[in-house]
Design a protein around this ligand. Structure first.
Ligand SMILES: Cc1ncc(C[n+]2csc(CCOP(=O)(O)OP(=O)(O)O)c2C)c(N)n1
Length: 326
């Protein structure tokens, strides 16, 4: 797939905006303003951004927990103000401040991640059935980490989606470690994409630090699904620069991560890699970089003001009203 200059700039801008919002969430947490826990996206933004930026508005997305969906939401065209407000438990949040990290935007086809990893697999099959029946050409893109690829729900869902030729794309964000457990201790093969063979679906491995490689692979799978050829699996080999979540120790099996390995990882920063490549190709100019950075910072500042001016959901009847229809 050949992307136009405009599309490449869109990908770059979504990456930069995602980084800015993710870092803003980390700062808000340090200021005590975050309503619940947060798993930063730092280093692992490319699968979400590359996998969602060129989807249709009515395509369904289940975001992965990393970055709590900022990469996926921003890619899908969501206004991150209301999402950050939701993280801060404000009444102006997408879920009136009651959902916290489990935010959803049905009008954009974004359905909130459950706290139980692997819970999105069966519901993605459900959406896949609906999409196949309605005939609108909708596709479901389900993001998940290596840590949930060995849950039974994945295997049941992958099998059913393949047997029924459902328009579902499974995108694995494999950062090599699930919380404190390296993938090599939880899975016997090098590539999670090998699972594709067991379910008769095409599966590819891509460099998850390369947002263009991710976008190409996911969009090829999406087009295939749209044309009625069934599900595919895209495994993005990506990285996590920090600990699993804010407040968690950055350890694997109780041991701190190797500083040299972390240093090598940081040299594979998806934003910097893409920026250098676009500069080299003459797609991006230093003025564009400054402009896009400035826009992202202004967007974050505006969101912070929005949060500060937003009330908390202190109406005791709100929970009832949010749960039950009148
Ligand atoms: C069913 C279930 N088991 C365990 C947990 C606790 N838990 C939350 S995130 C996580 C690791 C997830 O690993 P992965 O999906 O690879 O994401 P990563 O942290 O690597 O980005 C675990 C074990 C959970 N939320 N749900």
């Amino acid at each position: 797939m050949q992307f136009t200059k405009e599309q490449l700039l869109k990908l770059y801008s979504n990456l930069v905006r995602t980084r800015a919002f993710d870092q803003a969430a980390v700062r808000l947490n340090a200021e005590g303003k975050l309503f619940s826990f947060y798993h930063p996206a730092l280093g692992g933004e490319a699968p979400g951004v590359g996998g969602t930026t060129f989807l249709r508005k009515d395509d369904v997305v289940y975001p992965h927990l990393r970055g709590h969906g900022f990469p996926h939401l921003i890619g899908k065209g969501c206004d991150p103000k209301t999402y950050l407000a939701e993280h801060c438990g404000r009444a102006t949040g997408s879920g009136k401040g009651l959902g916290g990290v489990h935010a959803e935007y049905p009008e954009l086809g974004i359905f909130g991640g459950g706290g139980t990893i692997g819970s999105a697999f069966p519901v993605s099959v459900g959406w896949g059935v609906a999409a196949k029946k309605n005939g609108w050409g909708q596709v479901v893109v389900c993001f998940f980490g290596d840590g949930s690829s060995n849950r039974g729900t994945f295997h049941e869902a992958a099998n059913m989606a393949a047997v029924w030729k459902l328009p579902v794309v499974w995108v694995c964000e494999n950062n090599g470690v699930a919380q404190y457990v390296p993938i090599k201790d939880a899975y016997p093969l090098d590539d999670i994409a090998s699972l594709g063979a067991g379910y008769g679906m095409p599966a590819v491995v891509v460099d998850g630090q390369d947002v263009v490689a991710v976008a190409e692979a996911v969009m090829a799978a999406v087009e295939r699904a749209r044309e009625g050829h069934g599900p595919s699996l895209v495994e993005c080999k990506t990285l996590r620069f920090g600990a699993h979540g804010i407040g968690n120790p950055d350890k694997i099996h109780g041991q701190p991560r190797d500083p040299e390995e972390l240093e090598a990882m940081r040299r594979r920063d998806p934003v910097e890699l893409f920026r250098s490549r676009l500069l080299e190709q003459g797609v991006l100019t230093p003025e564009d970089i400054e402009r896009i950075d400035g826009e992202a910072q202004r967007e974050v500042e505006e969101a912070r003001r929005f949060i500060d001016e937003s009330p908390s959901p202190d109406d005791p009847s709100l929970l009832d009203r949010a749960l039950y229809a009148d």
